[in-house]
Design a protein around this ligand. Structure first.
Ligand code: SAM
Length: 278
């Protein structure tokens, strides 16, 4: 698809506008190469020969799936188990014990851009590990809702089956034996880890009302792609989706500072997380 190498400025502007409105992702100036590298194969398969042709096809819904395929191709799905370690250490050392001290009801957790499932399953493993060292905990019945904009990522996540090299990105051999079952060269997440997690398609730009209220939200490594006003909107709506005293975890290079004043910053031994202000 040689034409995308010469995307007309007007087509680039329109494509940026489409992407921002559809999923919040802002392409900076001079990122035409991202369109080329991520869409060339898709456009070739669809017989679409220019960005303006692509935008027209999306607008007409011909074919219907094109819009989702383009969003899928333009989003970054990079993830891993126990990513950055510190959020999961903070759950074990700070948040879960505090929860047990303060609360007496079911804990609801939201993994808000779950990609291929490593984040929600890691939270579930952290819950099992916490249960194993705690005699009395109300976290036995904790549940995790994992959402993403991408239907194909959710499909992978639900399958809960990973290659050796993918499991190797963050899972120790001890955890592998404990929390996975082996099936040839694949590793399947154990039933007791899976059963806490349910999956749902959710665009972070849309209303969260149908999801209900949460006690802990993980929204990691996705806000980084959004413009400031989107971050503010999402963080304030997440604050409203949290029960009083609820917790928020962001990615290592993300912050609420300058975007929302609904949260106070908390420091654990290993890093930073946020708590809803009273
Ligand atoms: C880099 S991954 C982060 C995965 C995981 N949270 C982590 O930290 O490892 C970003 C995910 O955000 C999803 N995403 C992008 N835009 C979104 C939107 N508007 N609504 C919901 N999910 C979105 C992508 O599909 C992708 O799976």
């Amino acid at each position: 698809m040689s034409m995308t190498k010469n995307i007309a400025p007007e087509d680039y502007r329109k494509f940026k506008g489409f992407l921002e409105k559809a999923c919040g992702i802002t392409l900076g100036e001079g990122k035409q190469y991202l369109i080329v590298s991520r869409l060339t194969k898709l456009l070739r398969n669809e017989g679409v020969s220019s960005v303006s042709e692509l935008l027209t096809a999306i607008e007409l819904g011909q074919p219907q799936y094109l819009r989702d395929f383009v969003i899928d191709a333009m989003t970054t799905n990079e993830t891993s188990w126990f990513r950055d370690r510190s959020p999961f250490e903070a759950l074990a050392t700070d948040v879960f014990p505090l929860w047990d001290k303060e609360k007496k009801r079911q804990c609801k957790i939201w993994s808000a851009a779950c990609s291929s499932g490593q984040e929600p399953y890691t939270i579930s493993i952290a819950l099992s590990e916490y249960k194993a060292i705690t005699t009395v905990t109300t976290l036995n019945s904790a549940s995790i809702i994992a959402t993403d904009i991408s239907a194909s990522m959710l499909q992978e996540a639900k399958q809960a089956e990973y290659d050796e090299n993918i499991v190797g990105r963050g899972i120790s051999s001890k955890r592998k034996q404990q929390f996975f079952k082996q099936n040839g060269g694949r590793w399947i997440v154990a039933d007791d880890i899976r059963k806490r997690v349910s999956f749902k398609e959710q665009n972070l730009l849309s209303s969260y009302d149908s999801l209900g209220k949460f006690d802990i939200i993980f929204c990691r490594n996705v806000l980084i792609y959004f413009a400031a006003e989107r971050k503010t909107d999402i963080l304030n709506r997440m604050a409203r989706a949290l029960n009083p005293g609820g917790f928020l975890f962001l990615g290592a290079s993300e912050t609420v500072m300058g975007y929302s004043d609904a949260f106070e910053m908390k420091r654990s031994a290993s890093g930073v997380y946020y708590r809803l202000k009273d």
